[in-house]
Design a protein around this ligand. Structure first.
Ligand code: CO
Length: 288
């Protein structure tokens, strides 16, 4: 199709005006550009990939117009993924990338479970970044089990999910991570909140207390012989697959089977339950 010179000039003029308008709105946008940064420990396992996608999807549903970024706190996992060609940023790298892309308001949401070492390290990373970048506003949303109210909501989610999953007269054992940080007391507190709602649900940890022996002593008293194991972690990754459900003699599954229990496995992370993801989203929305 041949266009006349007049039409060509008109098109050029329209493009110029539109271009100027675009630059104008871009400048305005740069004055206040908001983004969300989701921060997790990370995982190199396939299951957690789907869980992270689910979390992202749920957040996108409620924040359709805000750009979303991810950061993994684990250096080892970032290294493993890099070898596979997947580039994941550390929180510091992600903050600097967002800064370079012109974000002025950053909402960080921790996908951690308790306010332990990793959460506090993240807080420090953010404080250092803010000191160096005083024109940027950034705040951090609290982890999943921050308050008793959160733990109450989480307990309700788990009771709903596992009363469907398990048969009458069976028990559920949750494997939390556990830490030497003072925040480890969250696991015992969660147990206290959980017990009145479901008396045969027990909360242990893989790396601290309560240990498997601690909760098995309580389980023994109930006379229950069939148990469901599931992680109390954001994703069902390495710990859930190996320390909880693995075939090695020291996994929770093997130990319990050796002690005469029938063991069922639910290999799902907390991020697979949309009502649990809502607790994290509430924390994100609590950021001013
Ligand atoms: Co660990």
């Amino acid at each position: 199709m041949k266009m006349s010179f007049k039409v060509n000039v008109l098109i050029l003029f329209v493009m110029l005006v539109a271009g100027t308008a675009c630059i104008g709105s871009k400048e305005k946008k740069q004055e206040m550009k908001e983004g969300i940064l989701l921060v997790t420990f990370g995982s190199s396992y396939p299951g957690p990939k789907a869980t992270f996608a689910n979390i992202e999807n749920e957040i996108r549903k409620q924040h359709p117009n805000t750009d979303l970024y991810w950061a993994y706190t684990s250096r080892i996992i970032r290294k493993i993924l890099k070898k596979r060609g997947e580039v994941l940023l550390s929180p510091e790298e992600a903050l600097n990338k967002m800064k370079a892309e012109g974000y002025t308001q950053i909402k960080l949401q921790s996908l951690h479970i308790i306010p332990g070492t990793e959460y506090n390290d993240l807080k420090e990373t953010l404080n250092t970044f803010l000191k160096a970048n005083p024109t940027i506003t950034a705040q951090l949303g609290t982890p999943l089990m921050q308050s008793d109210k959160d733990m109450n909501s989480l307990a309700d989610c788990m009771v709903t999910a596992f009363n469907k999953e398990k048969e009458e007269g069976e028990a559920v054992l949750f494997m939390g991570h556990g830490t030497h940080h003072a925040a480890n007391e969250r696991y015992a507190r969660f147990q206290k909140i959980l017990t009145p709602k479901a008396e045969n649900f027990f909360v242990g940890t893989v790396e601290a207390s309560p240990t498997l022996d601690d909760i098995e002593a309580k389980l023994k008293k109930t006379g229950i012989k069939t148990v469901t194991l599931t992680p109390l972690m954001s994703v069902a990754g390495d710990h859930a697959s190996n320390d909880m459900a693995g075939e090695e003699a020291d996994s929770w599954k093997s130990v319990l089977e050796a002690r005469g229990y029938t063991v069922k496995i639910v290999l799902k992370g907390l991020g697979d339950y949309n009502d649990v993801v809502d607790i994290w989203i509430n924390h994100l929305d609590a950021i001013k």
